[in-house]
Write a protein that binds this ligand. Structure first.
Ligand code: UN1
Length: 495
């Protein structure tokens, strides 16, 4: 199946020292060669060259290339979605959803290509005008993670391309095939477009060293990195040391508060999708649940019953809701977190490996619910697995302060029909996260809003709203159309 799928994109992925495994059964699905220092250097030089040409192409014309790419994605949605399932292990519905997210951001970027607006500003001097122009920033490096192997690249690439930048993509070493397939679709769009510069979008394959090489290089204007807080902590100072710009989308520790007035059936469905969807491997996955004491006895048992009915298995099969974890290490991290939570007094339901007989080389797990009396160190740490820590609360202000008492600040939500609680949650003194939802789970954001978060999440914003500004440089121009030369601030300076 893999070979046929890959060949539909015109790729073979059969040579190279790096083996790619499917998390579905642990089997090998391809081989790729990593770039060495020399080939990375060549690619950066080519990217800089492509940028010099692309920045002068009118933005609406640049949008046309992204429009064509969106068409390729539409035509190949089923195949690319299937490949995402095969390589990242997410269920087919989510694989398709991920490609839809790529299509959506392309549409957004096409519209944006005619709306890269700057301001006209009133000058304090007579016969003068001030204006602000957004210019292309330069080559953009995109470092992406295995869990959204293609959509996160597209968020960045679609915007960067209409903004006049070239892009270099280092995908996770766990998911190079979906990257090669996306690049192949992009090349088809380039061909139809006709006169785009060569090497406008390139892939750099490799592990950490490849990311380092991109972070260090002064020719790369923007480094957009998605991954763990640890990765961001190492990468950001390298980019900052050369005064490059970075867009960081790092760890999350997303919570939900369920209040006495909440519609419990809605909350239950939202909890399920956000806590066990993508096997708990979204940066927006629900990890902490604060339940009001008065409804705890109703909601938590219902949740446990629903967990007991989850279909765990082959993510390509229809009806499956929970696919495998990405690899053995992810499973070990889950085990370690559950053991630590137990030692801190947590009561665990679920957890442990599933389908071991059928898939001895893959890592399927039973999603876990862990009832905690306190928000311990383990709860404050992001474990990329389906573990939901559940805590009781009595007082709303106390729930709010515990909600914010973690190092991460990506996504958050409240289930309530009480207007005061809803407004307090999204007020300045409410959730400290980049995303705050009311009666919606923390995951599955639409592309139209800015995506990202605060604190250890890194502060970057990608995707919708005015996130595009991070891919451009701002220039303030003051034009004097008078016959005099008045100085600002009324300064006199005459000989
Ligand atoms: C990620 O997990 O890195 O909001 C991105 C969501 C998706 C994107 C998640 N649209 O869950």
């Amino acid at each position: 199946m893999t070979i046929e799928l890959l060949s539909s994109f015109g790729i073979t992925a059969s040579a190279g020292a790096h083996l790619v495994h499917s998390p579905i059964d642990g089997g090998e699905i391809g081989r790729v060669a990593f770039d060495d220092a020399k080939s990375i250097e060549t690619k950066i030089a080519r990217s800089a060259q492509a940028f010099r040409i692309w920045r002068d192409v009118p933005a609406p014309r640049r949008g046309e290339l992204v429009r064509l790419f969106g068409e390729e994605l539409r035509a190949n949605k089923a195949a690319l979605g299937r490949l995402v399932t095969l390589e990242a292990g997410k269920i087919l519905q989510e694989g398709l959803g991920e490609v839809q997210e790529m299509i959506d951001i392309c549409d957004f970027a096409v519209g944006l290509s005619r709306q890269l607006y700057g301001l006209t500003i009133a000058s304090e001097r007579p016969g003068h005008r001030m204006m602000e122009t957004w210019h292309p920033a330069g080559p953009v490096a995109i470092i992406s993670a295995f869990n959204f192997p293609v959509a996160v690249w597209a968020w960045n690439a679609a915007l960067a391309l209409v903004c006049g930048d070239s892009v270099l993509w280092k995908p996770s070493e766990k998911t190079p095939l979906t990257a090669l397939a996306s690049q192949a679709l992009f090349e088809r769009a380039v061909k139809r477009f006709g006169d785009a510069p060569m090497h406008l979008s390139q892939i750099v394959l490799g592990a950490r060293e490849a990311g380092d090489a991109l972070a260090k290089d002064v020719r790369i204007a923007v480094v957009s990195a998605t991954g763990s807080t640890r990765m961001g902590r190492e990468l950001a100072p390298v980019v900052a040391a050369r005064f490059g710009k970075s867009i960081l989308e790092l760890g999350g520790n997303n919570a939900m508060i369920v209040t006495p007035s909440a519609k419990l059936e809605l909350a239950l469905r939202a909890i399920l999708f956000s806590a066990v969807g993508t096997a708990g491997q979204r940066c927006t996955s629900l990890r902490r649940l604060f339940v009001h004491d008065s409804i705890y006895g109703k909601l938590v048992p219902a949740l446990k019953t629903a967990y007991g009915k989850l279909a765990i298995g082959d993510p390509a099969a229809s009806g499956t809701l929970v696919g495998p974890l990405i690899d053995k290490q992810a499973f070990e991290n889950m085990e370690r977190a559950l053991a630590a939570a137990r030692s801190e007094g947590g009561v665990v339901s679920g957890g442990g490996r599933a389908l071991t007989q059928q898939y001895p080389n893959a890592f399927y797990v039973h999603p876990a619910i862990v009832e905690m009396s306190e928000q311990t160190a383990t709860v404050c740490h992001e474990t990329f697995a389906p573990i939901l820590y559940v805590m009781r609360y009595r007082d709303f202000a106390d729930a709010m302060s515990r909600h914010n008492a973690v190092p991460q600040g990506l996504s958050s939500c409240i289930f309530t029909t009480d207007m005061q609680e809803a407004e307090r949650f999204i007020a300045a003194s409410g959730s400290d996260c980049g995303i705050a939802n009311v009666n919606i789970g923390p995951s599955g954001a639409e592309i139209g809003g800015a995506f990202g978060g605060e604190k250890e999440t890194g502060g970057g914003r990608e995707s919708g709203s005015d996130s595009w500004k991070a891919y451009m440089r701002r220039q303030t121009a003051t034009i004097n159309y008078s016959d005099a030369l008045p100085l600002a601030q009324g300064i006199e300076f005459d000989v």
